[in-house]
Design a protein around this ligand. Sequence first.
Ligand SMILES: O=P(O)(O)OC[C@H]1O[C@H](OP(=O)(O)OP(=O)(O)O)[C@H](O)[C@@H]1O
Ligand SMILES: NC(=O)CC[C@H](N)C(=O)O
Length: 507
Amino acid sequence: MCGIVGVVSHQPVNQLLYDALLLLQHRGQDAAGIATNHSSMFSMHKANGLVRDVFRTRNMRTLQGDSGIGHCRYPTAGSSSEEEAQPFYVNAPFGITLAHNGNLTNWEQLKQEMFKNDRRHINTDSDSEVLLNVLAHEIQHATTGLMLDPEAIFKAVTVLNRRVKGGYAAVAQIAGVGLLAFRDPHGIRPLCLGINETEQGPEYLIASESVALEGMGFRFVRDIAPGEAIFIDADKKLHSAQCADNASLNPCVFEFVYLARPDSVIDGASVYATRLKMGEYLAEKIRRELPDVQIDVVMPIPDSSRPAAIQLALALNIEYREGFIKNRYIGRTFIMPGQAARKKSVRQKLNAIPSEFKDKVVLLVDDSIVRGTTSREIVQMAREAGATKVIFASAAPPVIYPNVYGIDMPTRDELIAYGRSTEEVCREITADYLVYQDIDDLKQAIADINPALTSFEASCFDGVYVTGDVSKDYLDRLEYARHNPKASTPEDTPRSQLNLNLAATEG
Ligand SMILES: O=P(O)(O)OC[C@H]1O[C@H](OP(=O)(O)OP(=O)(O)O)[C@H](O)[C@@H]1O
Ligand SMILES: NC(=O)CC[C@H](N)C(=O)O
């Protein structure tokens, strides 16, 4: 779940892209990058770090042009090395830069195809570099001569959508030609379009979340449809086309649970409103499951669980208090690479106010329990602060399957609920009671806000992979690669493993 942004303006766009990335920082804290286009030249700067640390004035000065793209990264494929920071660039055809949010499930197979059939060299283990090369190859094929019209671009995206599997929302810029944005045919990752009417004509901003449009003074126009591509040409004229054979909307439920900012609206549903609803449904379950437990106070684990906790307290008519204070200078711990960094950060990030806990039965509400790093520490901290009983409630169901579409939960053994009953997880996190949201209630909480949303990508909870290419073998291989990082590149992967992968992705 990286943050992506693309803009076509009448003014220099460097500051606008920087500010938009700051608004998307919660989607990726590992690396950031901007590429701008000035006539037929690109300028690019990218590095590991937060947006505010990556760009210095001298870098900003070099980012010239009135259109460009930006990215903040949370790695899902490859590594967190600087070479894999985005945007990526290829020089042929025309010169293209690309920024991608999501994860391709067949990137290794595509990488091999690119090399063997298309003679394209891919220099990293990033699936996003593969996506760019597929796009470049298909644009090359769809074009004759030096003219590149919207029809050829949409044809290229149509073929790309047939070749590429997984979750992807992308913005790409073709040097001197225009800005392209596209969303995968299952509509897993979000992408929306905004407009700013000026005296010189309209300006367009495309971003992962609506918060980036509003924050930059653009008016939200609409979400980009699954399988749709939008192209804004050099004259700033917008073209759009459906580029998928069988498009269907299956937004990722984890965007609503945790990833997105609450003030964003994704696919017609306010993230904040869906989190309130999650709190309501969770309250009903607590009422059913713990009818005899006298709870004194409801507390959120800041930040993401706050709306659910507020509404839950209201529904149960229990006092809502903030017992944990978050250090606002520590980033989001779930999206940090490495378990050691995550563990250390929980206590640095959250501190308890003892008077709020002393001699109380507290109900702690979190948006989700993934590895259990946060909940384990938090329950202990609540007890140390004087709570007599600690009840833990999760606004999302148990996470038991890996996510392969852009959230870094790749191996089952990292997930605390994998292979454990609710009682066993409760024991692991040392809580007195543990209540998880039901999956149907989670989906309903989102559908209550936008009834047009009838299907979701909820694989980490229900094991249903909407792209249809993720088999048990595939997941086994992913785990093997995760546990044996040296063997994770196709060149180093044992032959048998590679065959397994190709069979899994073809099947
Ligand atoms: O079970 P775990 O693996 O610990 O993951 C779940 C936790 O991680 C997130 O917190 P984070 O600090 O990332 O973000 P937040 O401030 O937005 O809640 C989330 O809100 C949970 O508290
Ligand atoms: N979280 C994401 O969207 C990651 C994008 C891409 N797969 C990467 O690892 O850079």
